[in-house]
Design a protein around this ligand. Structure first.
Ligand SMILES: NC(=O)c1ccc[n+]([C@@H]2O[C@H](COP(=O)([O-])OP(=O)(O)OC[C@H]3O[C@@H](n4cnc5c(N)ncnc54)[C@H](OP(=O)(O)O)[C@@H]3O)[C@@H](O)[C@H]2O)c1
Length: 259
């Protein structure tokens, strides 16, 4: 069972912004997880029109507008866990709580394989529970501030994300909201572990900056990922909702299903 109570879903959907196609946008998030690991993974990115999520210096607040901010907090409230990479904690010192909408704050999961983050960040000092996912065997104290350490096996130099999802599911954390940044969302995509992807595109050209998606290079168009999507207006921004169903990039257009 997901930790999200059904009445919370209903409250949040009722309060979604006028003009949002609530049912089409949020109903898929209510569906039971079908993957063997028991998790439903939603990836999310807010990017400029030219595909950047932050300036080279790391500034990302705010690329998208207020409606997208509320949408993001709504997605947190609908999730058991919100997950971000160490780069986002370092750049933004986020709280990852629901302050723009009613609804519970999820458990926070931080991916910091080498345990390079200090304990002064807000996720380690205040608010709801935090799990720090690191490479198994990394030396360090038993906790980082209030955060519990979650040792996870490595695979090819990266935290093994299938193992992480199984570990989270064992704790009852099954609705996983991967909120950023670009490296983290991309690793989930490459692993074929994203059920749904929300990308907000803001009317902004940056000319450079931190990329939204970074994959192994494709030489052929047919090696890219291609999919259907639905488009929603969020204030001045456009939100594309991609039902990925755990597809991942494959050679010569052979998009394969993830584990
Ligand atoms: N616009 C948006 O939607 C949005 C959302 C969030 C953040 N941001 C911005 O994006 C920037 C950060 O994004 P980013 O792409 O540079 O970094 P990120 O995804 O936040 O963090 C990347 C780091 O997390 C760790 N990590 C993530 N996945 C891993 C895996 N599977 N295995 C092992 N380690 C993993 C690695 O840490 P190590 O390097 O320590 O190994 C990696 O370098 C910031 O400037 C932030 O403000 C924008």
């Amino acid at each position: 069972m997901s930790l999200v109570a059904p009445e919370i879903w209903k409250t949040l959907l009722r309060r979604a912004p006028a003009g949002t196609a609530c049912s089409a946008l949020y109903d898929p998030l209510l569906a039971p997880a079908t993957a063997p690991d028991g998790c439903f993974v939603l990836g999310r990115i807010a990017q400029s029109l030219d595909g950047r999520i932050a300036t080279v210096a790391g500034e990302s607040r705010w690329i998208s507008g207020q409606a997208d901010l509320e949408h993001t907090h709504r997605l947190r409230a609908l999730s058991d866990a919100v997950l971000v990479g160490a780069g986002t904690v370092r750049a933004d010192n986020p709280q990852l709580t629901t302050r723009q909408v009613e609804g519970p704050s999820p458990v926070r999961v931080i991916l910091d394989p080498a345990r390079r983050l200090g304990d002064h960040y807000r996720v380690f000092q205040e608010g709801p529970p935090t799990l720090l996912a690191c490479a198994a065997g990394t030396p360090g104290p038993e906790r980082l501030g209030q955060a519990e350490i979650l040792p996870i096996a490595m695979n090819g130099g990266w935290v093994d994300l299938p193992s992480l999802l199984v570990t989270l599911a064992e704790r009852g954390l099954r609705r996983i909201f991967v909120e950023g940044g670009g490296v983290t969302v991309s690793r989930f995509l490459v692993a074929g572990l994203v059920d749904r992807l929300h990308v907000t595109i803001a009317p902004l050209l940056m000319g450079g900056g931190i990329p939204a998606f970074s994959f192994p290079r494709t030489d052929l168009l047919t090696d890219g990922m291609r999919f259907g999507w639905s488009v929603h207006r969020l204030g001045e921004d456009v939100l594309v909702d991609v039902p990925l169903g755990r597809q991942r990039p494959g050679p010569s257009g052979q998009t394969t299903s993830g584990p």
